[in-house]
Design a protein around this ligand. Structure first.
Ligand code: ATP
Ligand code: MG
Length: 487
């Protein structure tokens, strides 16, 4: 793309070069594996730079999520240099270099404004993207699977009638590569040759001013790739940046374009928005920018219809808990995330049924299926997460009304822990009786014998904790708060 001198950020073809002595990025803070990749590319006679979000984050004192490399080497040349390398993506060819859990993404300079690194959704939706969103601890590190089908090294660029880029493998130089990056703050280059930073677009100034600005013409850049609107929201939430001028004002008129984005890619973006440590702020930004309604119309509708509802409190508290887990290095799961997001639509479905059916597992499962199906129209929800969500919801009435020794068997269910976490959250905001949550908490702390005694005591008292306590809340309200309700 040739930068249009009359629009947005423009820049001379020569970069402002910021020498090592004049910037704060130290090799101590760069992943040793990324450095390994850069040095090997350089020793192979290629240009090699760190690029994008990792530099922005290092300058801001934030720990980078990943380290991305841009190089003059063609994908096949990268593959020849690294045994632990796999080429991915048909539309946008990239090399992934594998070091145990860490993947260094290596992209060849491109000569056009193409969606780029991080843009391609995983082809197999059941493979988790790299956002630490593992379902459980101790997930095997990804091994490099075989390359995708052999394909000619195409150098064509294909756009649809709306200007959306469908395919782009036009390779170029670093001077050209810069124009296809999304925001100025993501377009710095760190040269492994002399550790200098190359800045073509005023990136340093924008990072210092915490300003988010698309490179080039905002409307054109959003039309090429509407996901950039979600990325803008994500960087606003994650970094507290202010979205600048047209980069902000074009979101309103163009947000509907997100409905044309493949659902798998929106799943990927959902995880980046909500499971990388700033989920609560992402929700706030998505709502304020009216993007939630495009991504999750049923969730947005519920929240608008029931302002300040228990469901809204649950969603916020759940996202805050998730953020705290990410901050302390614990795992987080898409299943739990979708449980939070779809709680409102599920509750709505259940409460449309006659009250005597609200606790029926069949009703609850119908509610889950109904809500998942509706959400799937925009955002893919891989089967394993939809199944996990069903199990978590189905367990709620059984957890809320434990029945004697039979309750002990629930402890062995694979989904128990997640369902218990949901019960805790519901109890925290008054959707479930706190004494039941306490009972299950204690049950997990004590030994076998005491467990039995606790179950027997419960049996003698006539079943479940639901008849005890409750703080004198009206019956109807109690029912609405179970198992998925809670307006
Ligand atoms: P983070 O890793 O914190 O999510 P990031 O900016 O590194 O943020 P990635 O998705 O890792 O985001 O992408 C790496 C780089 O690739 C970006 O910094 C940007 O330069 C470029 N890029 C990613 N997605 C796009 C896109 N949709 N359009 C244009 N450039 C993009
Ligand atoms: Mg990145």
């Amino acid at each position: 793309m040739n930068p249009d001198p009359d629009s947005g950020a423009t820049a001379p073809a020569v970069p402002r070069i910021i020498a090592r002595a004049e910037h704060s990025i130290s090799r101590k803070n760069i992943s040793p594996n990324a450095l390994r990749v850069l040095y090997r590319l350089r020793d192979g006679g290629h240009q090699a730079f760190l690029v994008g979000g990792c530099l922005r984050d290092l300058l801001l004192g934030v720990e980078p999520k990943d380290f991305d490399v841009a190089t003059s080497a063609r994908p096949e040349e990268v593959k020849r240099l690294f045994r632990n390398c796999r080429l991915i993506g048909r539309r946008f060819r990239l090399a992934h270099v594998f070091y145990g859990q860490e993947i260094i993404e290596v992209a060849t300079f491109r000569a056009a404004s193409a969606p780029s690194q991080g843009e391609e959704p995983e082809e197999d939706p059941d493979i988790l993207p790299e956002v630490g969103a593992s379902e459980d601890n101790g997930v095997e590190p990804p091994l490099p699977p075989p390359d995708e089908g052999e394909e000619d090294e195409d150098t064509d660029r294909v756009l649809d009638e709306g200007g959306r880029i469908l395919r782009d493998n036009t390779y170029g130089t670093v001077e050209e590569d810069v124009w296809r990056r999304d925001f100025t703050c993501n377009a710095l280059y760190y040269n492994i040759e002399d550790f200098s930073l190359w800045d073509y677009v005023g990136a340093m100034d924008d990072i210092q001013a915490r300003r988010l600005r698309l490179i080039g013409d905002a409307e054109q850049r959003y039309r090429e790739d509407p996901v950039r609107m979600l990325r803008a929201a994500r960087f606003e939430a994650k970094l507290g940046f202010t979205i600048d001028g047209e980069t902000e004002s074009k979101i309103g008129p163009l947000r509907h374009l997100l409905t044309e984005v493949p659902t798998a890619r929106l799943f990927d973006e959902t995880l980046k928005l909500f499971l990388t440590g700033h989920g609560a702020r992402s929700l706030e930004v998505l709502r304020r920018r009216e993007l939630l309604g495009v991504l999750y119309p049923s969730v947005d509708r519920y929240l608008r219809k029931h302002p300040g509802s228990l469901v809204e409190q649950l969603l916020k508290a759940g996202l805050e808990n998730t953020d705290a887990r990410v901050a302390s290095g614990k795992t987080v799961t898409p299943t739990f995330l979708f449980t939070l997001l779809l709680y409102g639509p599920i509750a709505e479905y259940i409460e449309r049924q006659p009250p005597q059916k609200w606790d029926d597992v069949g009703t609850i499962l119908d509610g889950c299926d109904h809500a998942v199906r509706a959400a799937q129209e925009r955002v893919q929800i891989p089967k394993r997460f939809a199944l996990g969500l069903r199990e978590m919801f189905a367990l709620q009435p059984r957890l809320e009304h434990p029945r004697g020794r039979r309750a002990l068997r629930l402890l062995e269910q694979s989904r128990f822990r997640a369902a218990f976490d949901l019960l805790l959250l519901r109890a925290q905001i008054g959707m479930a009786p706190p004494e039941v949550a306490q009972w299950w908490t204690r049950l997990q702390q004590v030994g076998e014998e005491e467990r039995g005694q606790m179950a027997d005591a419960l049996e003698q008292r006539g079943g479940s904790g639901r008849r005890e306590g409750g703080g004198g809340r009206p019956r109807r309200r109690r029912r609405r708060a179970r198992p998925a309700g809670g307006e």
